[in-house]
Design a protein around this ligand. Structure first.
Ligand code: AMP
Ligand code: FE
Ligand code: FE
Ligand code: ZN
Length: 300
């Protein structure tokens, strides 16, 4: 009896395995701090044998149309998304929004304010670095990004690399730009609960990005996640490079307990981040389908 069940399973399992989609729901392009254009990102995704990706640039949907057009050419499904810089208890929390309408007035206005705050922050970072004896100008930073890009610390890091001050982005963060370092300046963020509400109001699906990576771990307690789930949070990005194996299994349990969708993504930034290759973390097809159903459902 047991062996006949196993025989049955062995007929189905390999086939199921072969047809499973490879889905990466966290990727950046050059409209924020990635180094590939949106179209190049999709070419790289096809080369990495991904079937579906979400483009999730920081605080902007500017790359979505180009990525979708490239997706049609290269046979990669593209889910439009965003990674919104939010704040909870004074700490930065990143929120992924899938399938949200970029033209939703409330969401668009909130994102405009965040991007403006980012632009205004760059000269302050430059001044802070100058005070610490590091020579870099505003123009040096702006040279690292095309107009319209969501500006951030990675562009300052690139300017420091170009000046020969540091050898790579990571060294720039470790020495100068990380929280607590001389060049660290915060910026305008969206309250996390408001961010979730805005993503939902815009018809999107709200997922906490790397909830237990970096400082967000301190505020996203199990209790806080439970409360956010009641307030409309859809999912948790469990499989992310900032989470070790134990963190992933604990987060998976939290997701199960509060009926949250589990996702995974590479947080690819092109050459801007090592150890974040496309497809290094994946979302299951079941999770992806659940997100697509919610995007299409018109719930708000
Ligand atoms: P910003 O939004 O301008 O504060 O910059 C945040 C971005 O910088 C993140 O999206 C990451 O890509 C990168 N980043 C943040 N912290 C670090 C860190 N400690 N080491 C390397 N990259 C980081
Ligand atoms: Fe980034
Ligand atoms: Fe992030
Ligand atoms: Zn990201």
């Amino acid at each position: 009896m047991v062996s006949s069940v196993n025989a049955h399973a062995s007929i189905l399992a390999p086939q199921e395995h072969n047809v499973s989609m490879r889905i990466d729901l966290h990727c950046h392009s050059g409209v924020s701090d990635g180094t590939d254009s949106p179209a190049e990102l999709i070419v790289a995704a096809a080369a990495a044998e991904l079937d579906a990706v979400a483009i999730t640039d920081h605080d902007t949907f500017a790359g979505v149309a180009e990525a979708k057009a490239a997706g049609r050419v290269h046979g990669v499904e593209v889910l439009g998304g965003i990674e919104i810089t939010c704040e909870s208890g004074g700490v930065t929390v990143h929120l992924l929004g899938y399938g949200a309408d970029p033209d939703h007035t409330g969401l668009a206005e909130a994102l405009r304010v965040v991007r403006q705050g980012r632009d205004e922050r760059v000269p302050r970072i430059v001044a802070a670095l100058d005070a610490a004896g590091v020579g870099v100008t505003l123009d040096d930073v702006l040279d690292q990004a095309r107009p319209g890009t969501t500006l951030g610390r990675p562009h300052v890091a690139d300017a420091l690399v170009a000046n020969g001050e540091v050898s790579d982005r990571q060294q720039a963060f470790d020495r100068w730009l990380d929280v607590g370092r001389p060049g660290y300046i915060g910026h305008e963020k969206i309250d996390l609960a408001s961010g979730i509400a805005l993503v939902r109001a815009a018809g999107g699906v709200a997922v906490l990005a790397h909830p237990w990576g970096r400082e967000s771990r301190t505020v996203l307690t199990v209790r806080a996640i439970a409360e956010l789930a009641r307030a409309g949070l859809d999912g948790l990005e469990v499989d992310h490079q900032l989470h070790d194996a134990q963190t992933r299994s604990e987060l998976r349990r939290v997701a199960l307990a509060y009926d949250l969708i589990v996702t995974g993504g590479s947080d690819y930034h092109g050459t801007g981040k090592v150890n974040h290759d496309l497809g290094c973390n994946l979302t299951t097809e079941a999770g992806y389908r659940m997100i697509l159903r919610r995007v299409g459902s018109g719930r708000a």
